[in-house]
Ligand binder design. Structure first.
Ligand SMILES: Cc1cc2nc3c(=O)[nH]c(=O)nc-3n(C[C@H](O)[C@H](O)[C@H](O)COP(=O)(O)O)c2cc1C
Length: 184
């Protein structure tokens, strides 16, 4: 499949068939994530795969309740990928301190999207989840203060009605050449 076909076919999937994903396919997705670029090549990402039904249930109960309840649909996903960032890396200090940019968040975005696009290629639906209790997620795995759980990605074979239609901005809305920025 052409890359552009994969990009066009990807949609956030929030309903899943009750079918496990073979670990080897999950590992293929992590392998795509592993090859992502990162600021200063620090590769701040670590991935925790939750594919055990009991642990998944506990994790979702812990991290997707109260105000985070809208994200609890991920309990029906075959697997949840927990993307952890290592914060004690020099690019993070330089980026945040001097440039005012948290490079690790950019790095996590890129690696996560590598994962998502490879999943799409394998017929696996995904949804990025930024709305969850990150502190509780960190405690769940007893991670140190040098780590942050930045995002979750749910994974599962798409069930009917699990995607929403959306409007993507047109190129005219987002693309500018040279100094003709129209005030952006
Ligand atoms: C960083 C990030 C965080 C997101 N968090 C959530 C979330 O917590 N819950 C959810 O249902 N969707 C979440 N999404 C999915 C977006 O709502 C979705 O990508 C957007 O509406 C565009 O739809 P599409 O992915 O189908 O193209 C998130 C997406 C990104 C990139």
């Amino acid at each position: 499949m052409e890359l552009m076909d994969i990009i066009k076919a990807r949609k956030s999937v929030r309903k899943y068939r009750q079918e496990p994903i073979p670990r080897e396919d999950i590992i293929k997705c992590i392998e795509a994530a592993r090859l992502a670029p990162s600021a200063e090549n620090v590769q701040p990402w670590r991935f925790i795969v939750i594919d055990d039904p009991e642990i998944k249930k506990e994790f979702v109960k812990e991290t997707c309740s109260g105000i985070y309840k809208p994200s609890s649909f991920i309990k029906n996903a075959a697997a949840i990928i927990v993307i952890v960032a290592k914060l004690d890396l020099v690019a993070n200090f330089l980026g945040k301190g001097i440039q005012g940019t948290s490079y690790y968040l950019i790095d996590i975005g890129i690696t996560g999207e590598h994962l998502v696009l490879r999943a799409q290629e394998l017929g696996i639906g995904t949804c990025w989840i930024g709305w969850f209790n990150s502190k509780k997620a960190k405690n769940f795995f007893k991670l140190s203060p040098r780590h942050k759980v930045v995002s979750l990605i749910s994974m599962g074979y798409p069930a009917p009605g699990g995607t929403k239609s959306k409007r993507d901005l047109d190129l005219d809305d987002i693309l500018f050449f040279n100094k003709d920025t129209k005030g952006i």
